[in-house]
Design a protein. Sequence first.
Length: 322
Amino acid sequence: MSPVLRGAEGFERYYANVFGARWPSLRDALLGSVRHAAWRNPFAKVLDAPGGAPLHRLFAALPTALFEGCTLLDAPAAPAKDAAGLTTFYALDPASVLPPRLLAPRPGETIGELCAAPGGKALLLAERLAPDATLVLNDRSRARLERLRRVIDDYLPASLGARIRITNVHAARFGLRSPGAFDALLLDVPCSSERHVLGSPRALGEWSAARVKRLAQQQYAILAAAAAALKPGGRLVYSTCALAHDENDGVIERILQSPRHPMLSVLPDGFPRSSEARAEGGTVLPRSAVAEVEPTRFGFRILPDRSAAGPLYFALLQKPEE
């Protein structure tokens, strides 16, 4: 019988088994200082984010357009407000820019983010929302929704905020509530967040491999609900800040193999699928291993021992046309 893995010792054994000889350097990077980027609010009249280099320099292998309007923060700083009361920049992990930018909202679409609070990725979706498109932001927690509403009010003009609908639904039930309603969905799902666990003695003491399994089950339920909520041909980005395989490629593998839920297919090199659409501005991601972005079986991961960003895992999926 396999030993029960829990607490600090179980955590160490679990991730040493996952990452092998790489684990000590990855652990050190996770315990090190956190790098931040600034999304410069294009709706604010004064763009005074105290940023350093353009963010795309941290991800040289990826298209520069994915990081437009984002800079690296040299040091922590508090954003200011312009004369209209709009906050000038939002600080987030450099890798967190990718999921919303990869989703790339298109004219006339209905876009959704199922676990949207606290709101950083929602801002990046709203920034590129076409005038005839709709954005639905959802979170199951009422407290987190209040924070999300404050972010929308603080950063976006009222005319844009009026086109954003905020809902309070358990993400795993979203497919029942809105079947076939969305052209594109972002799923930044609740996860193990091992960086936080390592930095908190209490969280580390409470960690268990069983919790990873429970989270993976919840993530699968959310992904299945998202598949049901997509229109035929609809696309989604699934992302986590987890290290565990069960919460990343493991979830994608399970949904691809399941006969019980609407079929999804992985797009291994980015959106959109067709060469015609790609010629109009689609995003292509490198499948060969590069320093800052590592391909996995079904997606990609960005880890702080090699990129000074993350952890982030993301996978790009599409629902087949009928």
